[in-house]
Design a protein. Sequence first.
Length: 534
Amino acid sequence: MSRGLDDLLADLPHLLGGHLLLSIGALAVGIAISVPLGVLASRRERLRGPLLAITGVIQTIPSLALLALMVPLLGGTIGFLPAFLALTLYSMLPTLRNTVTGILEVDASVTEAARGMGMTDRESLVRVELPLAAPVIIAGIRTATVWVVGTATLATPVGAPCLGQYIFQGLQTRNWTAVLFGCVFVAALAIVLDQTIALLEYAVRTRRRVLARAAVAALAAVVIAGVAPLAFERPSAPARTATPGTAASTSDPETSLLEGRSVSVGSKGFTEQYILAAFLARELERHGARVTTVPNMGSSILFDALRNDTVDVVVDYSGTLWATVLKREEPLDRTATLIDVAAFLKDRYGVLAVGSLGFENAYALAMRRDRAAALGVRAIGDLRAHAQALTIGGDPEVFGRPEWQRVRDAYGLASLRTRGMDSTFLYGAVRDGEVDVITAYSTDGRIAAFDLLVLRDPLQAFPPYDAMLLVSPAAAAMPGLLEALRPLVNSIDDGAMREANRRVDIDGWSPQAAAETLVVEDRSRGVGPAAATD
């Protein structure tokens, strides 16, 4: 059931092509900007310091932060453009610095001789200084190439197709084969490009024109071979039908609703979201849609992509939207939260809430059962007496979110030491005693598998987190889409979602295989309090 090499290889042409196009495009533009700026800086000393300082400051910004910042700066645009702009900025420092260094290190007697022969400053630059500085400049391009190819893996959270998708999804689903697969191909791509440019550097340094042409041809061949698959449209997966022994839907598919229409499904970067994206893709394909998925986005990026019509359908959680989009502090009950969130999203952003999928994946605090018993902890408030000696682990988002701040203040937990980490490692960390408490997800199958105790929340400080099916403003007008989605409302209960998560996290199933176990059994149910109305 796990995602094997055949599945990984099937995605390779698309992801490798996307990675190469992104990297080479950013490098090409970065070089086109940096070399002229380097020439200008070598001629004007007053500009040299500021230019190098600005590019140096850009280089100190963490790459993931720079990529994420591009999304709001571009008005919520995700995909190629924000990643391309961020990587272009990242590529500039080594090329700019080496251009300045290479030109300034040209022997002064050589430039004096050129002027003595009657060359203008421009002729001296083009015919003497740049050729002599070329090996140094190309060395800077080599450095930029390795940096950009590696950093491009982080473009996954902003929705750009790249080899980082193997790494991010593999980490979240504990598929170490996928992680290794992604790392190997990123490293191989960096080595191939680096060595090809190194050959060009050697040819320029030794002034071997034939070898230089061969190096350029080899570089062009690598780029063309990698990008060529992107010129062909990826075939959409065929509509799935029920077969004996599978968990497909019990009713016959009506493929006419969305026949031939393209629908994009966005998701966040953790197991449950991968499963739900695969579930939605399966159900939409049953109605004839051509579905693409855009995985691994953060909460704010996912919502921005939805409201800006970059993706069509997502699943988000009422508590997350309540705190981060509505900016509300006091939680309501589940039904009231669903109604308020749905009304706000429709009125403010035109985003349509089709309804709740039927389950709640709430934040909760969990401890190893024996550790909780030893400390006499059963509820969140019991942690207060031991807070100074305890460490709590959470995903990278949680400790900056209003929900945690409310829980912390309500129960007097300010002295708890916080430790952020990827959710992949949270449950293992508390099981192995690396942290004492974690911010768990209530539908995570590892809670039972690792014998963790979920602490009671008597103050109901955590808001409800019903999984809501949301549609972008443009997609809401797509003929047939709402009709295809409405039967999914209230179709998944907590137990079914928890079991699907367990199969991925503990048993090593792929998200696609786990999604097949989510059966839409009753298509005649009501759509619930947060459902859309035409």
